[in-house]
Write a protein that binds this ligand. Sequence first.
Ligand code: SF4
Ligand code: SF4
Length: 83
Amino acid sequence: MKHMKLFVLLAVICLLVGSAFAVSKLMPATVDQDKCIGCGKCTEQCPTGAITLNDDGVATVDKDKCTGCLKCASACPAEAISA
Ligand code: SF4
Ligand code: SF4
C-alpha cells in the first residue's frame, strides 16, 4: 500500500511535468510588430533559430521551430515579445 501511494504520486508528477511541456510547445512566442525596433537581440538568443528579422526589419517567429522558452523575450529591450 505504501508503494502504491508513491507510485500514484510519481504518476501525478509525470503528468504535470508532461502537461507543462506540452503547453509550452503549444505557446510559441509572439512579437508585437508595433513595439519591435528591429535591434535583432532576440535572434542572437534563440537556441533554435526560430526568430528572425523579416524584410521590413521586424522580428517574426517560426512557430514550427519555437519551443516557447522565451529567451528572446528576456533579451528584448522593447518588451515586444510575449508567449
Ligand atoms: S521562445 Fe525560445 S525558441 Fe521561441 S523564438 Fe523565443 S528564443 Fe526562440
Ligand atoms: S529584441 Fe525585441 S525589439 Fe529587438 S528585434 Fe527582437 S523583438 Fe524586435
